[in-house]
Design a protein around this ligand. Structure first.
Ligand SMILES: Nc1ncnc2c1ncn2[C@@H]1O[C@H](COP(=O)(O)OP(=O)(O)O)[C@@H](O)[C@H]1O
Ligand SMILES: [Mg+2]
Length: 313
């Protein structure tokens, strides 16, 4: 079998039940399957408690699934080799904070058996890319939350793996920090890497992901390309027409304007009636000022999925 053609991540029918005391069991994952192709950015979107971290911990071998399996580039996650070409950012990373970022990265690089020369070059690149260069010799206990998160990313990048598994990489960051993380993810894609990251914020997936999977209560309820979701959300158009001075806004193709705003009249036109409406506009010689697309965005899509798949109270 050619390992290089295997998907970056393949999850098959993964289930995890946490066995608590006094029969307090939590079915955190219920037979989940998904595939992330090589070179793809996959956004794993779900509300708190949906099972995102549980999935990720199974992928990186921190916990054992109750049933099902997962592979990284064709290698079962039960084998240590599956982690050789993987970078993992835990949720809320915490480091031995008497070390500096540079010392910590050197330590991580050595555990991946990087040579001293390789490590010096790569440390410099990564510290610069993550804007930690100036702080590299200071102990991490003095770092801000954003800096700690960037050290977390730095340690996933140091050995230049092919597959990145990031648990909420943008959580708790300010807009500048979020933008930097997005930039790094886009840069990884440019270099042909694969990224799987979890989030509960739709905005984070809208800009960077090829595919998005939505997990609610341990079940993957949707997987699609971001552009397909956005396109399927188009509900109609808001057409703004210029009205001749002194004349009331006309009813066109049976559609009454929702409002007249000075010299403009606005019409809410459903998709199915758009062609007929525009033909009537042309026939009447009316002047189009603006056509806006009315769409449900990713957040609407996400919220309605969460609503539909949550137990009714
Ligand atoms: N170690 C554990 N023991 C028992 N229940 C757990 C444990 N870890 C997580 N859970 C429960 O499993 C569910 C999924 O949690 P998690 O995977 O952390 O969700 P997410 O990362 O999407 O917020 C939650 O109900 C959570 O309370
Ligand atoms: Mg989590």
């Amino acid at each position: 079998m050619n390992m290089d053609n295997s998907p970056a991540i393949a999850i098959e029918n993964l289930s995890k039940t946490y066995k608590g005391k006094k029969r307090a069991q939590v079915e955190a994952l219920k037979g989940m399957s998904l595939t992330v192709d090589q070179g793809e950015i996959f956004g794993f979107l779900g509300p708190n408690g949906a099972g995102k971290s549980t999935t990720i911990k199974c992928l990186v071998g921190l916990i054992q699934p109750t049933s099902g399996s997962a592979r990284i580039k064709g290698i079962p996650v039960t084998q240590v080799e599956s982690r050789r070409s993987m970078g993992y950012l835990p949720e809320n990373p915490a480091f031995y904070d008497y070390l500096s970022a540079e010392e910590y990265l050197t330590f991580v690089g050595r555990t991946y058996r990087m040579s001293a020369d390789q490590l010096t070059t790569r440390c410099r690149e990564v510290l610069r890319q993550l804007e930690l260069w100036d702080a590299r010799k200071r102990p991490m206990r003095g770092y801000s939350k954003g800096m700690v998160q960037r050290v977390g990313l730095a340690q996933t990048l140091i050995h230049d793996p092919d597959v990145y598994i990031l648990d909420e990489p943008m959580s708790g960051l300010d807009p500048i920090g979020r933008a930097l993380v997005k930039e790094i993810i886009i840069d990884l894609k440019r270099r042909g890497k694969s990224v799987f990251f979890s989030t509960h914020i739709t905005d984070d997936v809208e800009k960077v992901c090829d595919q998005v999977g939505v997990i609610v209560q341990g079940t993957l309820v949707a997987v699609d390309r971001v552009e397909t979701i956005l396109r399927s959300g188009v509900e109609g158009y808001q057409v703004h027409l210029r009205t001749p001075a002194g004349e009331p806004a006309a009813v066109i193709a049976g559609i009454t304007p929702d409002r007249s705003n000075g010299p403009l009249a606005e019409y809410a036109v459903p998709c199915a009636r758009f062609n007929a409406f525009m033909e009537a506009v042309n026939a009447a010689g009316a002047d189009v000022a603006l056509v806006e697309t009315k769409r449900r965005d990713l957040e609407d899509f996400f919220l309605s999925l969460v609503h539909d798949h949550s137990p009714h109270r």
